[in-house]
Design a protein around this ligand. Structure first.
Ligand SMILES: Cc1cc2nc3c(=O)[nH]c(=O)nc-3n(C[C@H](O)[C@H](O)[C@H](O)COP(=O)(O)OP(=O)(O)OC[C@H]3O[C@@H](n4cnc5c(N)ncnc54)[C@H](O)[C@@H]3O)c2cc1C
Length: 392
């Protein structure tokens, strides 16, 4: 892969709206990605292996629990800092950002928000340091967009719970130390349980042959009569709203993250367009190529502004789930279109691992599907503005 020459586009001087702390955190994450992720990420994706060597570095830039209070090992930052860290990591690779998102928003967040003090103290510091890695089990083979239909369940056996079922498409599952698993009790109510590696009957087979998010490990969570201690149930929230609350936090991180992927594609295509000569002049001088670049920077700028405002709302605890859906949907679609156009601008070189674009493009095909598909987020906006449910 070519050296990482990335320069971040900021067409509307959005940096002026950030605090010095935001910029320091963002720049530290950016420097770490250039130093520790860019040199190894192409090979990791080609090999379809999550590069575990970067776990301490992710912890070091505050990517595990950016907004979790410092008393639990988190970085204690605001929501805009969280977004900026996700943006920089995904500038490197969406798979690496997925690992960080799952750890922060889907594992640490529910333990922090729905767990008790003993659970917070037991799990959060180890997750923040990367000593333990987590996964989040909501999706099942027969229940993806409709998680409320889940069949994974647990029975009260007196001194423990007995957990049965299976989860599919679970990021980090093959190497996770703990999994936050969503399952129904005997009354059909959804609860979160922390399942630990080593519990008898719990296995995590890897899903192979992905063409997307190849540098992220994905797999199953299988529970066959797993005895889960009663103290592992998250006591402070139940019902579908509990996992959906985690998804709000993760989707917010995705809305920022994909700006990073889009910026990397734009920056790569812009540089290439000035260097690549055809018909005696740089291809960047042709109107058709300028149209692509001009539209890319316009869409990136709109996405940056959307995220910054959403971050302000999140900081004030005012962001609605529907507002987060809109940003996730818009920004992933924006990034995917930019990746496709950027790939074309590089011609044949665009399909090689010499440049990051094809990897971003393939990664984004997962990002547009997970955490609520593109169409599901449209239905959420539709429901929000009309009050009419078009899901069923
Ligand atoms: C790489 C990867 C990593 C993932 N990581 C995790 C993870 O860590 N934890 C986890 O729990 N899950 C994870 N997922 C699962 C992901 O969230 C689901 O794939 C997603 O929710 C969609 O579910 P599905 O794949 O079953 O598709 P389906 O729900 O079967 O949807 C298929 C199609 O039907 C459409 N559709 C569904 N319902 C409707 C409707 N009512 N109206 C109109 N159209 C509809 C969808 O938009 C989609 O286009 C991951 C997925 C991938 C690919």
């Amino acid at each position: 892969m070519k050296p990482d020459l990335f320069e971040s586009p900021d067409y509307y001087n959005i940096d002026d709206l950030l605090t010095e702390e935001h910029k320091l955190i963002r720049d530290a994450a950016r420097a770490w990605v250039k130093r520790d992720v860019s040199p190894i990420i192409e090979q990791a994706a080609q090999d379809a292996k999550f590069p575990k060597s970067i776990i301490p570095g992710l912890a070091g830039i505050g990517a595990f629990g950016p907004y979790i209070p410092e008393e639990y090992g988190g970085a204690g930052l605001d929501q805009i800092s969280y977004g900026l860290i996700m943006q920089e990591i995904e500038r490197g690779d969406s798979g690496v950002r997925s690992t960080a998102s799952v750890q922060s928003s889907l594992v640490m967040y529910p333990i922090w928000k729905y767990g008790n003090e003993e659970q917070r103290k037991k799990y959060l510091p180890k997750l923040a340091s990367g000593e333990w890695m987590g996964s989040f089990g909501l999706t099942e083979p027969d229940h993806g967009s409709n998680p409320s239909g889940m069949t994974t369940n647990f029975k009260d056996m007196g001194d423990h719970y007995l957990l049965n079922g299976a989860k599919l498409w679970i990021s980090n599952s093959p190497f996770c130390d703990v999994a936050v698993v969503w399952a129904k009790d005997e009354e059909g109510r959804i609860h979160g349980l922390v399942v630990e590696r080593g519990m008898e009957g719990f296995s995590t087979p890897e899903t192979h042959n992905k063409w997307s998010l190849r540098a992220s490990a994905t797999g199953e969570l299988i529970f066959q009569d797993v005895k889960v201690p009663k103290e592992n149930l998250l006591p402070n929230k139940s019902g579908l709203g509990a996992p959906l609350g985690c998804l709000d936090s993760a989707r917010y991180g995705i809305a920022w993250g994909v700006i990073g992927a889009a910026m990397d594609c734009y920056d790569t295509a812009l540089r290439y367009s000035k260097e690549r000569v055809q018909f005696g002049r740089p291809i960047g001088g042709f109107q058709l190529q300028q149209k692509k670049l001009a539209e890319m920077i316009t869409e990136i700028t709109k996405a940056q502004l959307l995220c910054l405002r959403l971050g302000q709302l999140k900081n004030e605890n005012k962001a609605t789930s529907a507002q987060i859906s809109m940003a996730k949907r818009n920004n992933v679609d924006m990034a995917l279109k930019i990746a496709r156009d950027a790939r074309q601008m590089l011609g044949g070189m665009g399909i090689t691992g010499e440049y990051p674009i094809m990897r971003h493009m393939m990664n984004l095909e997962s990002v547009v599907t997970y955490e609520g598909t593109h169409d599901i987020h449209l239905l959420i906006t539709g429901l929000d503005i009309t009050g009419l449910n078009a899901f069923k």
